[in-house]
Design a protein around this ligand. Structure first.
Ligand code: KG4
Ligand code: ZN
Length: 374
């Protein structure tokens, strides 16, 4: 490809309405994300009907802002990339309908992107910002509120610039890791989403005594599959057996109801036992994610590990991966926190690969709630 390709990416698969303009899958001109967290928070999770309605409200202003920040007119775009799935059908349809209409009106190609492929490209995109190119093949862990899955990522021709090929190595059999964070935070009266607050409380725990220890999770069959529901249930049983947690939990729930959900406000309401429990929970999640990913890297004989998705923002996960990878002589790439959670820059970057290979969608493009990858 000789000329620069400017692609508008659109993402609306869950509770973030996002638009971004990326040049040649590498240079981010703009990335706008409108989060619906405040709307879903009081329900403790994403409510699909509310999500679609909010996407409808946000899509036009979010795309407009992305174009303004990029300093481009619609006519100057080369293609529109849109998330086709997996995700919530009603939410996906908003982005797809908008993308199809825009591409049609402009006479530009439309590219359908798998959301998971977007997360994989987020790690590449970040590396490119720092002038690095991850070496392929690689193992990629996508770990978010909706997904926990391991892929082997290759290029069909062996070099960057070739089409990408994905092979699924393992996935969660029940809850996603982010879902476990959200559920445990709810049990502890720590609000939604749970990941960021539990991450900070675990760091604040220092070396307080552990009130309980969680062993490694065993999965029968594929050793690269994950399982987090047992850990969540173990936390639930531990809380049930120890009523001394209850008073604190009630107090924190009261604070949340009054709108006090900041780390600084919740930390003084967490005793050493709670902090120890949070630290042990996080240790167990991080250990499991890192062990299985390192095992996959060894089995596939790769030199590169990519970690992406909302939970990739976790400070302990980043630290432990960096340590383990350096011991094993591997290179590990994480997106920045902003590119780890759902965004449209990763969709535009993934769309570039398909655009460059002439893989276009037509007006019949439809949302696929469980669109597979690999
Ligand atoms: O990728 P994402 O924005 O949306 C999904 O596709 O799910 O991920 C959101 C998930 C939530 O479950 C949230 O609790 C988790 O990522 N998360 C974290 C952290 N920041 C967000 N989990 C652990 N530690 C964090 N720092
Ligand atoms: Zn996602």
């Amino acid at each position: 490809m000789t000329r620069e390709a400017r692609i508008l990416g659109i993402e609306s698969s869950c509770d973030e309405t996002a638009a971004a303009v990326v040049v040649n899958g590498q240079q981010i001109l703009s990335s706008v994300v409108s989060s619906q967290i405040d709307i879903h928070r009081k329900y403790g999770g994403v409510v699909p009907e509310l999500a679609s309605r909010e996407h409808l409200r946000q899509i036009v202003p979010v795309v407009r802002e992305a174009m303004e920040q990029a300093g481009l007119r619609f006519e100057e775009l080369d293609a529109i990339g849109v998330t086709q799935g997996p995700g919530l059908v009603g939410s996906l349809l908003v982005g797809i309908t908008y993308g199809k209409t825009l591409a049609n009106a402009l006479g530009k190609p439309l590219v359908a992107v798998n959301h998971l492929e977007g997360h994989i490209h987020a790690a590449f995109l970040e590396a490119f910002q720092g002038g690095e190119t991850p070496k392929l093949p690689a193992v990629c862990l996508i770990v978010s509120g909706g997904h926990t899955v391991l892929y082997e990522v290759k290029t069909t021709g062996g070099g960057v610039g070739e089409a990408f090929a994905y092979r699924k190595l393992g996935q969660t059999r029940d809850d996603a890791a982010g879902e476990a964070y959200d559920k445990v935070a709810k049990l502890l009266g720590l609000g939604y989403p749970g990941g960021p607050i539990l991450d900070r409380l675990a760091s604040a725990a220092g070396n307080v005594a552990a009130p309980v220890k969680f062993g490694p999770t065993k999965t029968r069959g594929n050793a690269l599959d994950f399982s987090f529901s047992g850990l969540k249930t173990a936390v639930l049983y531990h809380l049930r057996e120890h009523p001394e947690y209850n008073e604190e939990i009630r107090k924190r729930q009261g604070l949340l109801e009054e709108g006090h959900r900041k780390f600084e406000e919740l930390l003084p309401m967490c005793g050493p036992q709670t902090l120890g429990l949070v630290r042990e929970f996080q240790n167990a999640v991080v250990r499991d994610l890192v062990e299985r990913t390192m095992m996959a890297a060894e089995e596939c004989g790769v030199e590169t590990v990519l970690v992406s998705g909302g939970v990739a923002a976790n400070s302990q996960l980043r630290r432990v991966f960096a340590e383990r990878a350096s011991e094993a002589g591997l290179k590990v790439f994480f997106p920045s926190r902003a590119l780890s959670t759902d965004n449209a820059a990763m969709i535009a970057a993934a769309a570039y690969e398909k655009f460059a290979h002439g893989m276009f969608a037509d007006v019949g493009l439809n949302a696929k709630a469980s669109l597979p990858l690999g």
